[in-house]
Every structure is written in C-alpha cells, then in structure tokens.
Write a protein of this length. Structure first.
Length: 194
C-alpha cells in the first residue's frame, strides 16, 4: 500500500505559492507584450518603435487567432486564443508613449460565457487563473440575467443564514400548498414531503 505524502503546511503552501507567482511573473515579463483582463475582455499592449505608423503594421484579429507584426518582419504575436473572441467588438489603436516610443493597444472582446484566460495565445506560458482576484463590481453594472442570478444567490444565502427556506424551497412549498388546496378530496395526512 503506497503511503500518501502529507499535506503541505500553511507556510510550505505560502512558499510554493510565492515561488509559483515569481516564476509566473518572470514568464509573463519575458513576453513581447503585456496583458490584463476582466471577465468581458482582454487588453494587450505591444511596444513598438516610435517611427512606425499604422500602415507599417499587420494586426489581424480573427475569432480564434491573432497576428501582430511589423510589415516585413517576423510576427510579434501569432497564435490561437484559448477561447473565441467577438471580432466586431474587438479593436486596436496605435498610441504614443511619453518616451517617444509607441504601443499597439488591443482590446479583445471575449465571446459570451465569462471566463478567465490563462494566456493570450495558447503557445504562451499560462497564468494560474485560480489565483485571480477580480475587481469588485457593482450589481448595477451586471446585465439583467446575471444580476438576477446574483441577487437570487444573495437572497438564498441570507435565508439559509437565518434558517429560513431558500427561494426554490419556498416555491416548492407554495406549489404543494396550492395543490393541496385545489384537491381537498385527497388525504395528505400520511404524506412524507422533502
């Protein structure tokens, strides 16, 4: 019988997390671009020489692929996205920087179905998406369906904390009471519910 390795202590886990974070930061720093993301979009910043103009560039944003290059040179980015994008809502601009250089700022609208990306292109090193701490969002910023789900979850959590039935349990109870009221001829005295 194989012996299981003991679970790491909190300090060992913290050390491992710090090592992983440092390695991840070094890998990301080695990329020819910087990137950030929200659940809805990813922002990519590609530094280039200050004398270049938009006509000197090749920027292709396809549903599952990106290519960024200076014409006549090897691509800076050329790879597949981990998930599809909405091409009509994705854009890029050429922006000057204070030091005289420029950057290509690319906004990638993620396809519907919110998720965190582990990388911009699948050939790049991954980040640990489980360690992402999203910025706080306000309920008012959410679309109607998402807002409704979040409000229901908050209500149900509050109900459970007070020892009361959740909205689903309340709905089932109401349906049962209505059925019992509509069928007084039936004997529910021995019914086991739940």
């Amino acid at each position: 019988m194989a012996e299981r390795a003991p679970s790491p202590t909190p300090s060992e886990r913290a050390r491992k997390d710090a090592e992983d974070r440092k390695r991840e930061e070094e890998e990301q720093a080695g990329l020819p671009y910087k990137w950030t993301q929200t659940l809805e979009e990813a922002e990519v910043s590609v530094p280039i020489q200050g004398n270049l103009k938009a006509r000197d560039l090749v920027v292709e944003l396809k549903k599952t692929h990106i290519k960024v290059a200076v014409k006549g040179q090897d691509p800076i980015i050329d790879g597949d996205f981990p998930h599809p994008i909405q091409t009509d809502d994705s854009t890029w601009v050429l922006s000057p920087k204070p030091d005289g250089s420029k950057e290509i700022l690319i906004t990638l609208a993620k396809a519907h179905g919110s998720y965190w990306w582990a990388h911009i292109v699948t050939s790049a090193p991954k980040i640990d998406t489980t360690k992402i701490v999203p910025e706080n969002s306000k309920l008012s910023e959410l679309d109607g369906e998402t807002r409704g789900m979040v409000e229901k979850m908050m209500y149900d959590q509050n109900q459970k904390a007070m020892g009361r039935p959740t909205s689903d349990e309340q709905k089932k109870d109401d349906i049962l009471k209505k059925f019992m009221k509509e069928h007084p001829e039936m004997d529910f005295s021995n019914a086991k519910i739940g």
